[in-house]
Design a protein around this ligand. Structure first.
Ligand code: PGA
Ligand code: ZN
Length: 424
């Protein structure tokens, strides 16, 4: 049993300079767990609600003092002195205490902070590394995930110069995280050179640290990625593959996709994506269509699921009910898992199990607004994500996670995941 002595919180700033919160959970036997909460920019309409102050006098209304006060006040008052057997017990208690479907009363940020800080405290109490504790409570064999690393950005992460939000690379045949990061650094350096030659600019980086020059089109990003891989001395489609986060909900309005100056219907958008899949080594297409275009997603799966992951982010929102619907209707074949979309570790774990039972692949993902906290690396490892998606190999809020993976690789027997051969 883990008796909570106190929970508290502090408003801190994330990688965009916006407020978020750090939660602290102290157990009665003296151990403490700390965890900070990330925040998205291209958020799905069905995400749990992070509570922001809405006070225009502080941080443009984005302050988190109400959520902090909820932890320091009601959550602490209710939890202090209570015993919890497991993470699931605590999370169930928090969900009932909040009492709303989307956690808007206490705030998903307040609830997730408490959930994560308790997890860290319990890991410390049981003298286990965080990844091992997460693996044990989930009933999963831990392994290191394959990084899906951001190279170029557009969309909501880069001022909208082109529609597509992120182009990422994966290094499928590597056997270690260290080797993957070496290859990625080579490609990133080549991309930096390409951007400065072609667009006469030095590094202007987007929210997740990717390069964001004024590309003439979304496809120019994919083309530049292939060229960067080649310039770095690797073979596109063999040594290095591409993935794309289209984030289509961001440019869908009034019944059409407003894509790089064109207006496309669902089948036009699917044709566009199928064209990329034919011309580029794409192993994953995330949010290729709008979060409410369920029929379109079914067509996308029929058209491309044998070639590439059809990865649901905004469509699924790490929400078990939405994942069940997508499995039943074959509207996706893989899950992007972000715990702050649903608000507790236990609900995110239910999402993971649903995806696994359906034979889906799982990408454990950071948000565009991150902190230097590294718990995501332990989560992706402990829950044996196929991939981890953290952003580029620049900026310390991203590197905190990659560096944690390097440390786990060097200090444990954990092995890198091996992907199904159809995707390698
Ligand atoms: P977000 O973006 O954190 O801004 O929502 C990440 C993503 O869309 O995957
Ligand atoms: Zn996304």
């Amino acid at each position: 049993m883990s008796e909570i002595e106190s929970v508290s919180a502090v408003e801190i700033l994330d990688s965009r300079g916006r407020p978020t919160l750090l939660a602290i959970c102290r157990l009665a036997d003296g151990v403490t767990g700390l965890a900070s909460v990330p925040s998205g920019a291209s958020t799905g309409a069905n995400e749990a609600m992070e509570l922001r102050d809405g006070d225009p006098k502080r941080h443009g209304g984005l302050g988190c003092l109400k959520a902090v006060a909820n932890i320091n006040g009601e959550i602490n008052d209710t939890l202090a002195g209570r015993d919890f057997e497991s993470q699931a017990d605590l999370d169930r208690f928090l969900i009932e205490l909040d009492g709303t479907a989307n956690k808007r009363r206490l705030g998903a940020n307040a609830i997730l902070g408490t959930s994560l800080a308790f997890c860290r405290a319990q890991a410390a109490q049981r003298r286990r590394p965080l990844y091992a504790h997460l693996a044990q409570t989930a009933g999963v064999s831990p392994r290191l995930p394959l990084p899906m690393i951001n190279l170029f950005s557009g969309g909501a992460h880069a001022g909208g110069q082109v529609a597509v939000q992120d182009v990422q690379i994966v290094v499928p045949a590597a056997s270690t995280i260290r080797q993957i990061l070496e290859v990625t650094s080579d490609v990133f350096r080549a991309a930096t050179g390409l951007v400065s030659d072609r667009y006469q600019m030095r590094l202007l980086t987007a929210d997740e640290g990717g390069l964001a020059p004024p590309f003439e089109s979304s496809e120019a990003m994919l083309q530049a990625a292939v060229e960067s891989i080649e310039v770095a001395g690797y073979r596109p489609g063999l040594d290095v593959d591409l993935t794309v986060d289209v984030a289509a909900s961001q440019f869908y309005a009034d019944g059409s996709y407003h894509f790089d100056g064109a207006e496309l219907d669902t089948s036009g958008m699917i044709e566009k994506i199928a064209g990329w899949a034919g011309r580029y080594p794409l192993v994953s297409v995330e949010d290729g269509l709008d979060e409410a275009d369920w029929k379109g997603w079914q067509s996308l799966v029929k058209r491309l699921a044998d070639q590439t992951m059809i990865l649901g982010d905004d469509l699924l929102c790490t929400n078990p009910a939405r994942i069940e619907r997508a499995i039943a209707s074959q509207a996706a074949n893989s899950l992007l898992l972000k715990v702050n979309q649903i608000g507790t570790l236990t609900e995110a774990l239910a999402a993971l199990h649903l995806a696994r039972d359906a034979g889906w692949q799982v990408v454990v993902s950071a948000r565009s607004g991150e902190t230097e906290d590294d718990w995501l690396a332990d989560l992706a490892t402990g829950w044996a994500g196929d991939y981890i998606k953290v952003g580029s190999v620049t900026q310390s809020e991203r590197l905190a996670k990659y560096n944690r993976l390097l440390i786990l690789e060097a200090t444990t027997d954990l092995k890198l995941t091996t992907l199904p051969t159809t995707l390698v």
